[in-house]
Design a protein around this ligand. Structure first.
Ligand code: PEP
Ligand code: MN
Length: 443
């Protein structure tokens, strides 16, 4: 029988970025309820994903992770979820063609309700309140009451994740994800003159789809897709309550999502997040920013994947376009020399955040593209495998990221700036990025 107490070892390690829950009884009640709630995902599904990530590490597949920076309870609507899934599926079709590889599709969805913050407090007009930490913890509204961490929000996050996952499963197994249908949506995109540059690639994909149909390719196999859920494992009480012993293998798995990652702010080698995730058997990720040293990275790998299991650990690099070519080579070389397998994934968002002249937290599309380019260049030079892409996006027509073929400018940011935390690529920008990355993959 598995040793359950091992799953509480994180309590002996320092835990950063945790809410200060004011009501301990409420916390205990909420955690008790969560611990008895059904799992959101199964261990077997996490194992399947692990195999796919192992393929991506070997260059036999490519990973696409995308979704909101922060999911919100208000955003758990059919329309928002459908548009995000649709955007990821549309990008995946383009990338499949570009890479000539299967694309492993994962949403920053069904669990991405908690956020690390650079400051514990937020000050507006001289008023200081606790920072917003995601709908799993407190409310965004700038009032003392909303900002108090409320344990029952963890239950809401659980139910919101269940509802999201249910809809995602219905979409991806119910005909919505049919390749021909997704391809038709993409044709709508390239009809816009702003994207004329991508017509050639789009026409090639169109020919390939028509060829498959004419050749009698079994479209039943192309009607459904496997779509996995991913989020940052941040709130440890929530994650612990949803960690279960798999009855089939007697091993611990997180059932809050298929893939969990450790954030840049919580990846301390002797920290509670690393400790808890070192114990679960899911495929996991770790964000790494420009300050990490090769020695620290190797120590993290040894801690998170001591057996060198394939597909277990993805390193999600978020260096910034101006640093990636300088910082990543030494890390890649150290990992290569160390020998344990990792899946390298590029997050071109989090190292490239700026403030616009109009005061919005934003990113430039060209900078995002440049970081992806740098990522491919470094791996090409080292002879290692660029395994995937991790982006913040939405299928909605928001105005949060500058640039793209439609040239969103500083003035336009105010039109539909809806994110509560980081700026997301909108539907058009996300698709444009997939065309550009498809070109890089073919190069
Ligand atoms: C995020 O993915 O939203 C995030 C906070 O990333 P990072 O930990 O890389 O800063
Ligand atoms: Mn973010």
């Amino acid at each position: 029988m598995a040793d359950l107490s091992a799953l509480d070892s994180w309590r002996d390690f320092p835990a950063v970025q945790q809410p200060t829950w004011p009501d301990q009884q409420k916390l205990a009640d909420a955690v008790g309820e969560l611990s008895a709630a059904p799992p959101l995902v199964f261990a077997g599904e996490a194992d399947q994903l692990k195999e796919l990530l192992a393929k991506a590490a070997r260059g036999e597949a490519f990973v696409l992770q995308g979704g909101d920076c922060a999911e919100t309870f208000e955003g758990v609507t059919a329309d928002h979820i459908r548009r995000n899934v649709m955007t990821i599926l549309q990008m995946a079709v383009v990338l499949t063609y570009g890479a000539s590889l299967p694309i492993v599709k994962m949403g920053r969805m069904a669990g991405q309700f908690a956020k690390p913050r650079s400051s514990d407090v937020e000050v507006r007009d001289g008023v200081e309140l606790p920072a917003y930490r995601g709908d799993c913890v407190n409310g965004f509204e700038f009032t003392a009451e909303a900002r108090i961490p409320e344990p029952n929000r963890m239950l809401r996050a659980y139910h919101a994740s269940a509802a999201t996952l249910n809809l995602v499963r219905a979409f991806t197994y119910g005909g919505f994800a049919d390749l021909r249908r997704v391809h038709e949506w993409n044709k709508g995109f390239t009809r816009n003159p702003a994207y004329a540059r991508y017509e050639k690639l789009a026409a090639e994909i169109d020919r390939a789809v028509r060829f498959m149909a004419a050749a009698g390719v079994d479209f039943d196999a192309l009607r459904t897709v496997d779509f996995y859920s991913a989020h940052e494992a941040l709130v440890l009480e929530y994650e612990r309550a949803l960690t279960r012993i798999d009855s089939r293998t007697d091993l611990p798995y997180s059932t809050s999502g298929h893939f969990l990652w450790i954030g840049e702010r919580t990846r301390q080698i002797d920290g509670a997040h690393v400790e808890l995730l070192s114990k679960v058997r899911n495929p996991i990720g770790c964000k790494i920013g420009p300050s990490i040293t090769p020695a620290e990275l190797i120590a993290l790998i040894d801690r998170l994947n001591p057996d060198g299991e394939e597909g277990r650990l993805s390193l999600i690099t978020r260096m910034g376009a101006d640093k990636i070519r300088e910082v990543l080579p030494a890390l890649v070389e150290a990992v290569k020399a160390h020998g344990a397998p990792v899946t390298w994934i590029c997050d071109p968002m989090h190292g490239n955040t700026i403030v616009s002249s109009t005061g919005y937290k934003t990113r430039r599309f060209t900078t995002v593209v440049d970081e992806v380019k740098g990522f491919f260049e470094v791996h090409e030079a080292a002879g290692t495998i660029p395994g995937g892409l991790h982006v913040e996006l939405t299928g909605d027509d928001v105005t949060e990221v500058l640039g793209g073929a439609e040239e969103l400018n500083d003035e336009k940011l105010k039109d539909r700036y809806e994110t509560l935390v980081d700026p997301r690529l909108n539907h058009q920008q996300a698709l444009e990025l997939s065309f550009l990355v498809a070109e890089m993959l073919r190069a």
